[in-house]
Write a protein that binds this ligand. Sequence first.
Ligand SMILES: [Cu+2]
Length: 259
Amino acid sequence: MNGPGDDIVRRRMNISSYDAPRLSTFRKAMTKFMAITDNRGYNHMAGNHGVPDWYCWHGQSSRRFPFLRTHAFLPWHRAYLKVFEDHLLDHDSNISLPWWDATSPLSHREGIPKAYKEPTADGTQNPLYKFHIPSQDADTKRNPRRPRQLPANSSVKALYDISDFGEFSTALQEVHDSVHVWCGGSMSTQAYSAYDPVFWAHHCNIDRIWAIWQTKHGNNLPEGLPEMDLEPFPYRVKNVLKIYDLGYEYAAGGSEVKF
Ligand SMILES: [Cu+2]
């Protein structure tokens, strides 16, 4: 977790605001990350979610934490993104995870961001277009619906009026689910969604929405939740509540929400 650049706060940006050099730098790092076959590589990280590790609870209940687990959706994915980003940074310490706002006017015109849709880029395979899953010997697949069928921006704006964390988390998860379903293919399954490169941009946006919500409503979490381990990551819920402490922040401007 320690490396050069840890003393700076990394700024995550909207993928649609990336200029050509920034996009090309991000793609190069992703290509290298995807080539790593040990537990520091993309394939291993993607495998934490569904096949083969199944750590993501995605709202399912368990005997030990029937209530709390459903509330770990946001903190678990925040830890997941953070560890993923740390491993990605091994390949270029000047980058950060981009987010995809599926509710933006642009997304309602073009659907999946152009940066993720082009099969080739810079004269080579575009690492954001698909990933070859070694255990399946198959590429990730998408089957997106019409851009206009993505969730409306108003569905996200309404979330900022919810003051209860659990209610907010459940409502945000529903908006999040609808984007997974909209993408179709690998993204629509818990087993394989994290192998699709667009998963990380989608989840980055979900994390951003939570961060914006936190600035308004703080961290009034259900009892017991702050102490919960976010396995397999080296964090408890209480360790991921402040994104600034995790070393990143979200650029403004991609957000259409103003307070
Ligand atoms: Cu998800």
